[in-house]
Design a protein around this ligand. Structure first.
Ligand code: NAP
Length: 255
């Protein structure tokens, strides 16, 4: 029998400090839905700013500095979350970096930099929080892949980023096989272009129009387009959804 979804529960959102990012929009959405929220970000001050916004709405929230690529930093952040907030039911891996470098100019250092945050970081944070989820028999993990993994770039970032986001699809599917029988669902989302700072700064009208032209909906995505989907995947009604990659791309890519 499925473990009951607790009223007091925490969602951890990595990369949640970015003022115009998907994570901040998601954190607000989750707080409105009754989640306690841990905002983890490389920029600790930004994480604490978002947490303070959430506390203003009456929920328990914590902003913590973390480098997701560093095991000791992940351990310290996770320990703080577990000390101060209710049990972690949801984990959302959004911490990520872009890389618009063409393949022939990509150095081993650039490759490792992108993989360290996007792939290794997702592995480290997920492994740390999934342990407790398995012990409690309940968890929801959602990670950010990208249309770039499916379509081979084509928006902003290039090969190293696409490869790192493809790694997240493989991680999701294989981990789901291991832990879904233990009550933990594992999914990922594959957004199309969303106007955030990861796109190399705010989109000009020209870039926005070019990115929208390839899709069916006639616009680029918003942070709430992605956050609404992730909120569903974290919630009590998504228990039969696991190992899935959800497109949220306005028809830019048909999987
Ligand atoms: P964003 O605003 O740049 O947010 C990414 C966040 O990750 C930033 O706050 C960044 O912090 C943080 N971060 C970077 N390195 C980190 C590290 N080592 N440890 C902890 N945090 C780190 O971008 P976003 O658009 O919201 O992206 C969220 C996720 O969606 C990313 O994984 C991205 O690849 C994915 N995605 C985005 C799009 C899009 O079009 N926007 C499309 C598909 C997928 P700093 O700012 O301090 O570096």
């Amino acid at each position: 029998m499925a473990t009951e979804f607790p009223t007091a529960r925490t969602a951890v959102v990595t990369g949640g400090g970015s003022p115009r990012g998907i994570g901040r929009a998601l954190a607000h959405r989750l707080a409105r839905g009754g989640w306690s929220v841990a905002v983890l970000d490389l920029d600790g001050a930004a994480a604490r700013t978002v947490a303070a916004e959430l506390e203003g709405t009456g929920v328990a929230a914590l902003g913590v500095q973390v480098d997701v690529a560093d095991p000791a930093s992940v351990e310290a952040a996770a320990a703080a979350v577990e000390r101060d907030l209710p049990p972690v039911v949801g984990l959302v891996n959004l911490a990520g970096i872009s890389s618009p470098t063409p393949f022939l100019d990509t150095t081993p250092e650039e490759w490792d930099r992108v993989m360290a945050v996007n792939a290794r970081g997702t592995f480290l944070v997920t492994q740390r929080f999934v342990r407790g989820m398995v012990e409690r028999g309940l968890g929801r993990v959602v990670s950010a892949s990208s249309v770039s993994a499916q379509r081979g770039g084509g928006t902003y970032s290039k090969v190293a980023y696409s490869a790192s986001k493809a790694a997240i699809i493989g991680l999701t599917r294989a981990l789901a096989r291991e832990v879904s029988p233990l009550g933990v669902t594992v999914n990922c989302v594959a957004p199309g272009p969303v106007d955030t700072d990861i796109m190399g700064g705010p989109l000009t009208d020209e870039r926005r129009a070019a990115m929208a032209a390839d899709g069916m909906v006639g616009r680029v995505g918003t942070v709430d387009d992605v956050a609404a989907l992730v909120e569903f995947l974290l919630g009590p009604d998504s228990g039969y959804v696991t190992a899935a990659t959800y497109d949220v791309n306005g028809g830019l890519q048909i999987s």
